[in-house]
Ligand binder design. Structure first.
Ligand code: ARG
Length: 389
């Protein structure tokens, strides 16, 4: 008896993977797992329904709170950007992978499987977790080098309903933090994305009048929206809705995948854009110049690891510990104006502000302006010496 646990999305790849695991890999018990990390409820429902007819056993797990607490929150604290863009898909994969492992342990399984192809990052992210266990690994899509046409025929032969609708031209990955769209005509980086690919954001040119949102942070974590204390899932969901209406958080970038391939990726992440802009601004108010400079390097390395899904690399925990330490003073409020695609910080305050109006203002102050008199002398000497070359 060979039991396998498969990370299941409800899409074509992972659906054909179920009979393939039986026919090509000799698995006689295929257990599927749908991880709810914030996809639309209808998608979770249809994936669950499908899995229940195709698999021998099935689990649908609501991971939204865990996703926020253990992956999105650290990413906020680390200003999580990869190559300048919001990290999205990368944050959810390790969590999903860890849940697959837990279920495999409980079910006494032999193998773990994912439906990723051999070209993307997701195979590596799943396997970063899978390969740290004793379970066998099966990656049928990558292993069998299947084409879409072959998969569609195979699905028909195995009574797997195929819905090749217009939207399915794009490959979409969605979680609470971001929605990623790739593939099809978008693979041509010179192709201008049609409006229809966007699911969360209005076209900025059609956005309504400006709107101001106020976010309150406690130790680096956003805890209230417009004066109302809310849990993380609610806060992010609401900000995606509000920011999305203003066309905030679209990005179109040429991304360097882990394997070394360049890819054209389009993302929507209204809440992430607003929260990260606000968080970064609040840090600039409460952290020292030296902390900010050093933390930006730590953040960049953190993001590299997160992008690769290497959350079990010991350096990841080391960096998180440093970042957590810096967040102790990141408490305060930030106002962000949303308007036609932009999310601009327009006001901020904190009890821990290192800013002093009294010191910086031109009026009477505790600092005598003459105190800075000698400051530039050293630089001047150095510059004169350097000129001798
Ligand atoms: N390239 C992005 C990443 O590695 C997103 C991939 C998501 N998958 C998708 N089918 N859109 O984070």
């Amino acid at each position: 008896m060979k039991t396998v646990v498969l990370a299941y999305s409800g899409g074509l790849d992972t659906s054909v993977a179920i009979p393939l695991l039986r026919e090509r890999y000799g698995c006689d018990r295929v257990i599927t797992v749908v991880a709810d990390v914030g996809q639309p409820a209808s998608e979770i429902a249809s994936a669950t329904e499908r899995a229940e007819t195709l698999a021998d056993a099935h689990y649908t797990l609501d991971l939204k709170n865990e996703f926020v607490d253990d992956f999105i929150v650290p990413s906020i604290k680390a200003n999580g950007l990869y190559e300048g863009y919001v990290l999205g898909t990368a944050l959810a994969r390790p969590l999903i992978a860890k849940k697959i492992v837990e279920i495999a342990e409980a079910e006494n399984a032999d193998a773990l499987a994912h439906g990723c192809t051999g070209k993307g990052n997701d195979q590596l992210r799943f396997e970063a977790v899978f390969r740290a266990t004793d379970f066998d690994l099966i990656a049928p899509m990558r292993d069998l080098n299947l084409t879409r046409e072959w998969e569609i025929d195979y699905a028909r032969d195995h009574n797997i309903p195929v819905t090749v609708t217009r939207e399915k031209i794009w490959s979409v990955d969605e979680n609470l933090w971001s929605r990623s769209i790739e593939g099809g005509e978008l693979e041509d980086p010179y192709f201008i994305p049609p409006e229809e690919i966007y699911g969360w954001t209005a076209a900025p040119e059609n956005a309504p009048k400006p709107e101001i949102v106020e976010l309150m942070f406690r130790e680096g974590v956003p805890v209230s929206l417009n004066g109302r204390t809310v849990d993380g899932v609610t806060l992010i969901t609401e900000l995606n809705r509000i920011g999305g209406a203003h066309g905030v958080g679209r990005s179109d970038n040429i991304e360097d995948r882990v394997l070394g391939l360049k890819a054209r990726e389009i993302y929507e992440h209204p809440a992430a854009t607003i929260i990260l802009n606000a968080h970064r601004d609040l840090e600039s108010l409460v952290l020292t110049r030296d902390e900010l400079r050093f933390k930006s390097m730590v953040d960049a390395t953190w993001a590299e690891l997160a992008y690769k899904g290497l959350v079990d690399e010991p350096l990841y925990a080391d960096l998180c510990a440093f970042i957590d330490e810096t967040q102790k003073r990141v408490t305060g409020s930030v106002k962000v104006r949303l308007y036609r695609g932009s999310a601009t910080v327009i006001a901020r305050k904190s009890d821990f502000a290192l800013y002093s109006e009294e010191l910086v203002s031109f009026g009477e102050s505790a600092i005598d302006q003459k105190d800075s008199e000698g400051f530039s002398k050293y630089h001047g000497f150095q510059a004169r010496l350097a000129r001798r070359i």
